[in-house]
Ligand binder design. Structure first.
Ligand code: SAH
Length: 336
């Protein structure tokens, strides 16, 4: 294991350097029409109060991000039809007009035309995890939307074709996930030539189907949803996609609040995503229970993360921190 950790850390330093870039996360809506078996904000969970931030609240979050020196804002939500094409378009235009930071969207499975439109207006990146490369397992835990064929891989190809920096990723330890699935996940990261790769442990949420079933965690064929397995995947992802941006995820920090973030950074990761959602809303964006940094104000969350970065002998990245992988792709395109 020591060899893997050292190699992942060396490759990380060589390809993306010592800077750790921050992404300010704004969870803009927890309304969702989907019924994902793992996710706490699924449509059928009536235990949570739903919210949607106003444009003003979002712009205030973006202002705060810029004031803290964060170069990217990530707008994430459930699959919420009320976040219409035009509403998001207007938001992008307003952010672009006032602030100078990269805009990342993570709004679930959206249509080609709106993705193209948002890109044209100034969206830079899109995050859509494929969750698992095992199509049969994915179909089981992520029922298709009515009347739609579900294929996140096709959407990831579309995003790439549209010029987005493309982020995806997986959960580790989904009930029913085996080791071969993890190998296929890594190969798919490589095949999709991802610019960003988010990897977190699956965390059971009691108000979801996967949180209710009793499953055989002791089955030797079942991948454990633990810190070590997640870190192995982070390290291997770094070796497979050396130029990608890889976050040390909130889910990892949730299962190890003491040092999950640091271990991620030491074993291949180069990105941290401070949560800038106003605390009253943040509590309601409960995709899994006990999410790290649940109660902190944006500013204290940010300061704590900065301290953790400095403590791991790394530097704080300034500016948007584009993925070297995407930059390379863009240069190649412009010379052909
Ligand atoms: N609606 C958007 C954003 C979902 S939340 C979308 O579907 O893309 C972002 C990520 O959180 C998901 O992609 C999933 O990988 C992760 N997530 C959701 N529920 C989780 C759980 N119970 N445990 C761990 N990660 C979870």
């Amino acid at each position: 294991m020591e060899q893997l950790w050292r190699r992942a850390d060396r490759v990380r330093r060589e390809y993306v350097g010592d800077a750790v870039y921050l992404r300010g996360l704004l969870e803009i809506s927890n309304h969702c029409v989907r019924r994902c078996h793992y996710c706490g904000i699924r449509a059928d969970n009536h235990q949570i109060e739903r919210y949607r931030l106003t444009t003003g609240e979002i712009l205030e979050g973006v202002r705060q991000a810029q004031a803290l020196g964060i170069g990217t804002v990530v707008l994430q939500s459930g699959e919420d039809p009320e976040l219409t094409t035009e509403w998001i378009a207007d938001l992008i235009v307003q952010i672009r007009r006032r602030y100078d930071l990269a805009i990342t969207l993570s709004l679930g499975e959206r249509g080609y035309d709106e993705l193209a439109y948002w890109k044209q207006l100034g969206a830079d990146r899109y995050l859509l995890r494929f969750e698992t490369s095992n199509a049969e397992l994915f179909a089981r835990i992520h029922p298709a939307a009515a009347g739609r064929v579900q294929d996140r891989i096709i959407i990831l190809h579309q995003l790439r074709e549209l010029g987005y920096e493309v982020g995806s990723g997986v959960m580790v330890g989904i009930p029913g996930q085996g080791y071969e699935d993890l190998i296929e996940d890594l190969l798919l990261f490589e095949k999709l030539d991802l610019d960003m790769i988010g990897i977190g442990p699956f965390i059971a949420h009691p108000d979801t189907p996967l949180g209710k079933i009793s499953w055989e965690a002791s089955d030797p064929a079942q991948v454990p949803a633990d810190e070590l397995m997640t870190l192995k995947m982070v390290a291997l992802a770094r070796l497979v996609c050396p130029q990608a941006n890889i976050p040390s995820t909130t889910a990892l920090a949730t299962i190890d609040p003491q040092q999950g973030r640091e271990l991620g950074l030491q074993r291949g990761a180069n990105i941290i995503m401070p949560n800038l959602t106003p605390p009253d809303y943040r509590r309601k964006y409960e995709i899994y229970p006990g999410k790290a940094c649940l109660h902190e104000e944006a500013i204290s969350c940010h300061c704590c993360l900065e301290r953790r970065i400095i403590n791991t002998q790394r530097t704080l990245g300034r500016g948007p921190g584009c993925s070297p992988n995407w930059q390379r792709r863009r240069e190649r395109l412009s010379t052909t």
